[in-house]
Design a binder for this molecule. Structure first.
Ligand SMILES: [Zn+2]
Length: 356
């Protein structure tokens, strides 16, 4: 494989930025082992054991991806204790996952009113605004979040998101009026030749890699099939056992330095020449650079869909938070498996010269 790579003329790298803040398991795990923790403001979260119990049940359900039932428990918790900020915030997270974006904002905002000193609630509110497509409000809330939490673990990611926003690279769902985002795809514009099909995919072993879950591997065929859907049968994949004759190799790693940028959830490197892709190496991180974010199969499915988009030659990002090729993993990634939007599919079809 190394020899083959050296023989290829141009090595181009696609830096993939999967920045994300909020709505993650680490931040929902607010109570430690059943002990009542304390908010940033120094107040106890709740003095009501029944409310605490309802909150804890909701938390467990949400971590396991059951937002619908989780929402019911969080609702009960805030009815029992109207000043239960973390229950408000997680109720908002649940509603967002269920598609009730307006309701989500209401409760995410309420949490920041109850405890304005708790940085996580502002973080969640910013993500809620992103889900709603109100990026101006998201940016304002992020600025405030960075102000009140200078030591935030995801500071670099939030800053990068703000930079992209200020440069006009992130536009929001309401501005995503075009049927594709082909204009956002950047050079080197390399594509697989249809004569090369099926693309041979080698998936490395994750055994012994900290954070690796066998379920991650099963997500790869789904991601490949999702991307091949608009391609009129011209794009196909086949697993192979030998990395040396693979077109695409996928490697799992826990080592953050293997990704080009420490803020990235994965790194996809492409080799080829004269517009033709010849080899792609995907390095997938089994843990998030933000230590408070727990990797779940749902979250991994977004990373894999995104990286495979790059592996097919899409060397750019969508400005729309709903698209898989957005800069960020979307807010609902924790509880919902990845899907591709029509814009994702249209973009790939257009990129390969096919009308969808
Ligand atoms: Zn990317």
């Amino acid at each position: 494989m190394h020899v083959r790579k050296l023989m290829l003329a141009a090595a181009m790298s696609i830096a993939c930025q999967l920045q994300f803040a909020g709505f993650d398991n680490g931040k929902i795990a607010w109570f430690d082992n059943g002990k009542v923790a304390w908010a940033d403001s120094g107040k106890p979260y709740t003095g009501n054991p029944e409310a605490y119990n309802a909150f804890n049940q909701g938390r467990t359900l949400l971590i396991n991806g059951d937002a619908a039932h989780a929402a019911g428990y969080f609702k009960k918790a805030i009815e029992l204790d109207p000043n239960f900020g973390v229950a408000e915030s997680n109720y908002g997270v649940s509603l967002s996952a269920l598609g009730d974006k307006r309701g989500a904002i209401e409760h995410l905002k309420k949490a920041t009113t109850i405890e304005p000193g708790t940085a996580m609630f502002w973080d969640n509110l910013a993500v809620g605004y992103q889900a709603e497509g109100d990026l101006d409000s998201a940016a304002q809330v992020y600025e405030h979040y960075l102000q009140i939490s200078p030591g935030a673990a995801d500071r670099a990611k939030v800053q990068a998101w703000l930079n992209n926003y200020h440069k006009g690279r992130i536009k929001g769902t309401e501005n995503a009026t075009t049927p594709d985002y082909a204009a956002s795809i950047k050079p080197p514009w390399m594509r697989w030749n249809f004569n090369q099909m099926p693309l041979k995919v080698f998936i490395g072993s994750g055994v012994g890699v900290p954070g690796f879950q066998p379920a991650f591997v099963d997500l790869i065929p789904t991601a490949c099939n999702d991307w091949s859907r608009p391609m009129q049968g011209k794009l196909s994949f086949v697993p192979v056992d030998n990395p040396n004759n693979a077109d695409i190799t996928i490697e799992w790693t826990h080592d953050l330095s293997r990704a080009k940028d420490p803020g990235e959830g994965g790194h996809t490197q492409t080799w080829g020449e004269q517009g033709r892709l010849a080899h792609v190496q995907m390095i997938i991180l089994t843990n998030d650079p933000t230590t408070t974010v727990r990797m779940t199969p749902q979250r991994m499915s977004w990373i894999l869909h995104h990286e495979i988009g790059h592996a097919l030659g899409l060397s750019g990002h969508s400005p729309d938070p709903d698209d898989a090729m957005y800069y960020n993993v979307p807010p609902t990634a924790m509880v919902r498996y990845a899907t591709l939007t029509n814009r994702d599919l249209n973009t790939l079809a257009k990129y390969y010269g096919l009308s969808n």
